[in-house]
Design a protein around this ligand. Structure first.
Ligand code: ADP
Ligand code: MG
Length: 316
């Protein structure tokens, strides 16, 4: 649905994007995780060409946006919704007026506009607030207005720039649940950027980890966690740097099987548990365990764990 290739963006001396490739599949929620200054917002603005990349191409829904200008680009952009950290609502307009705004710009006639606004407010659970002004709404309600407005043009893609960063944890969860519902019910592809691992954990199917204008690692979360040396696993499960010879076992989906007790029973080994954690990620349990194995059959025990589909990494 979104394909970015070789994106570069330079502001004077600053290289905000340094060769970014991004591949977002239709119908997924794709997170870009990175610290402040990593280039996330620049990437998002390049995806809908609010910002022209210095080099590289962006294709959304089969259309190369970086080759378009003027009216053609505007029309293509209408199929891409965007929501923001600070909501960017028009304070002088009511909730309904804010959602109607993009429809007015698109030239949608009044009766159709009113029908559509009512439908959108219903979709985000704000039907009772149509006549209110933004100042009277809570943060979560403001973001719901932002989401309704972003969906006005029936986009196939929604871009979210830290949409929950100004919200408290409970409200964040409710907005993320709404995004997940819209993703499922409308088949909406969502590209969301965030500096919070919790956001990635609770809604993303895939993730890209971004540092210094580059993507360090990207792909479906389950695949990344099963990959040796995963940055995502290291960030999700902060364990100390392992002592040489210690073993880190990553469970993706087998977290409820008593594999460690099997190992101890089947092989002549002792297992010391040095650390570990269990996390709920992308709807399933993922665990990481740091262990030390001793005994003559340590090698065979590790092979057994690998045969069970666990990722087994032995520190050098
Ligand atoms: P993030 O969203 O991950 O915090 P940004 O994309 O906003 O990162 O910024 C990446 C880098 O590009 C930062 O060093 C920032 O200062 C710089 N930058 C972003 N936008 C501009 C701009 N319009 N002019 C100059 N520098 C910018
Ligand atoms: Mg940003």
């Amino acid at each position: 649905m979104i394909q970015a290739s070789g994106l570069r963006k330079v502001y004077g001396e600053t290289v905000a994007l340094d060769g970014v490739d991004l591949h977002v599949r239709q119908g997924e929620i794709f997170g870009v995780l990175g610290q402040s200054g990593a280039g996330k917002s620049t990437l998002l603005r390049c995806v809908n060409v609010l910002e022209r990349p210095t080099a590289g191409t962006v294709t959304v829904a089969g259309q190369e946006l970086t080759s378009l200008t003027g009216q053609e680009l505007n029309r293509a952009r209408q199929r891409i919704g965007m929501i923001h950290q600070h909501f960017a609502l028009l304070s002088s307009r009511t909730v309904a007026g804010n959602v109607a705004f993009p429809l007015e710009v698109m030239g949608v006639a009044k009766p159709e506009r009113e029908r559509r606004v009512a439908e959108l407010l219903d979709l985000v659970g704000l039907s009772g607030k149509a006549g209110e002004h933004p100042a009277r709404l809570s943060g979560g309600q403001k973001q719901r207005v932002g989401i309704a407005r972003a969906l006005a043009g029936n986009p196939s893609v929604l871009l979210s720039d830290e949409a929950t960063s100004a919200l408290d944890p409970g409200t964040t969860e409710s907005i993320l649940a709404l995004l997940r519902r819209l993703n499922r019910e409308l088949g909406l592809t969502i590209l969301l950027i965030t500096h919070e691992m919790n956001v990635v954990k609770s809604v993303c199917d895939s993730v890209a980890i971004m540092t210094g204008g580059r993507i360090e690692e990207s792909g479906p979360i389950r695949e990344l966690l099963a990959r040796p040396g995963s940055r995502l696993a290291a960030e999700l499960f902060p364990l100390p740097v392992p002592e040489p010879g210690t073993v880190t076992v990553t469970f993706t989906g087998q977290a409820d099987e008593p594999v460690i007790s099997h190992v101890v029973r089947k092989f002549d080994v002792d297992v010391s548990i040095l650390g570990g954690a269990l996390e709920e990620v992308a709807g399933s349990s993922v665990g990481r365990l740091r262990i030390a194995l001793t005994g003559d059959e340590s090698g065979a025990a590790l092979s057994y764990l690998r045969e069970r589909g666990l990722l087994v990494e032995v520190a050098a």
